[in-house]
Design a protein around this ligand. Structure first.
Ligand code: ADP
Length: 348
């Protein structure tokens, strides 16, 4: 079965074509500059599909599945309606995801389509982990709670860790660190996400390329008042100009931060220290959350490629690593393959 995996972002569409169940990737690519070179998502999807001979089904990455989607699902009218509803919570993500779904529907009205949600894996979090200390009525009325993201990646690498350790997931406590431009960390107990660092939006948790991660909300209010910042400027400050970029004043890219720090740049070194300390703190918290840990997994651009970051994270955890006999694993993530697997399972 030939499965097209689509990841429609605001300005690009990434795709991979999988032959399932053999899990062979036959083609992959990206259409960039949507809105500039390619007029819209419809045109981008059309271009991708015209370069491929045959497709049996499409699997879409959808960022926000709210509380409704606890796993991947075949897309029908009701699902589209719900994804549209959750666009309120993730307008920058769900809207382009939907545009890709509509484009496929228009081009191939009868083709089976599946949605694989970034939030779904974390729907197993207990209420005490996903609730904020806000009035309960606010959670009920506005859906303000922690959802978590990168779920497909955390689920994939946790599964691979089980295979590497040759143990059933049901018997393992795993901490998965997805360290890319966006960074998040998840506690996976018996194969289920029991806590994760991203929250209501991907802004919470670790320090990232351009996002600040955890911050006292009062600091944000103070700053808005003091600098008379609008909501959108504040949003931009926290999401686009903070994190490694904001702290170093140089770059959001870990490779630049590492080389500057190693050349003696103080601010780059400070950014690196804050980045690493925050990861270590979360690992400690998740060992406590699960009362133990069998494996610590590193994945995504930084996690897979930076021995320095991995070593620094682990260096100060050595007594915990010894105590729990934790295995440290580097596992390349593959969200597209996971989407292809889910789509194959659902369509078959
Ligand atoms: P995205 O979240 O956009 O998918 P990636 O998973 O590709 O991003 O991760 C991008 C990050 O990985 C960047 O900060 C980049 O600097 C970092 N990275 C890539 N290669 C290396 C490397 N060899 N050493 C350190 N960091 C790296």
């Amino acid at each position: 079965m030939l499965i097209l995996v689509l990841n429609c972002g605001s300005s690009s569409v990434k795709y991979q074509l999988y032959d399932m169940p053999g899990e062979i990737c036959l083609a992959k690519g990206i259409v960039e500059k949507i809105g500039v070179k390619t007029p819209n998502h419809n045109a981008a999807v059309k271009r991708i599909i015209s370069s491929i001979k045959k497709i049996n089904a499409v699997g879409h990455r959808v960022v926000h599945g709210g509380e409704r989607f606890k796993e991947s699902t075949i897309i029908d009218k009701g699902v589209i309606k719900a994804i549209k509803q959750y666009s309120r919570l993730a307008p920058l993500h769900n809207s382009p995801n939907l545009a890709g779904i509509y484009a496929c529907k228009r081009l191939f009205p009868r083709l089976a389509q599946a949605a694989v949600f970034d939030t779904a894996f974390h729907q197993t979090m207990p209420a005490y982990a996903y609730l904020y200390g806000l009035p309960y009525a606010i959670y009920k009325k506005y859906g303000i709670r922690r959802y978590g993201f990168h779920g497909t990646s955390h689920r994939y690498v946790a599964g691979e860790a089980g295979k590497i350790l040759r143990r059933p997931l049901k018997s393992l406590k795993i901490i998965t660190c997805h360290l890319g431009n966006g960074c998040s960390i998840t506690a996976v107990d018996k194969g289920e996400s029991v806590d994760t660092s991203m929250g209501f939006t991907p802004l919470e948790g670790l320090v990232m390329g351009t996002r600040c991660g955890d911050i006292d909300p009062a600091a944000v209010l103070y700053l808005m008042k003091k600098k008379k910042l609008s909501i959108s400027r504040t949003d931009e400050l926290l999401n686009k100009f903070s994190g490694l970029l904001g702290l170093s004043g140089k770059s959001r890219d870990m490779r630049d931060i590492l080389s500057s720090a190693h050349r003696g740049n103080q601010r780059a070194n400070l950014a690196l220290e804050v980045f690493i300390y925050r990861i270590r703190k979360y690992i400690g918290a998740y060992i406590a959350a699960m009362n133990g840990c069998d494996a610590l997994v590193f994945t995504a651009g930084i996690g897979e490629n930076s021995p320095y970051v991995r070593r620094e994270v682990c260096r100060h955890l050595s007594s915990l690593i010894k105590k729990f006999k934790m295995r440290i694993l580097v596992i390349p993530t593959n969200e597209e393959l996971m989407i292809a697997r889910d789509t194959y399972r659902l369509v078959r």
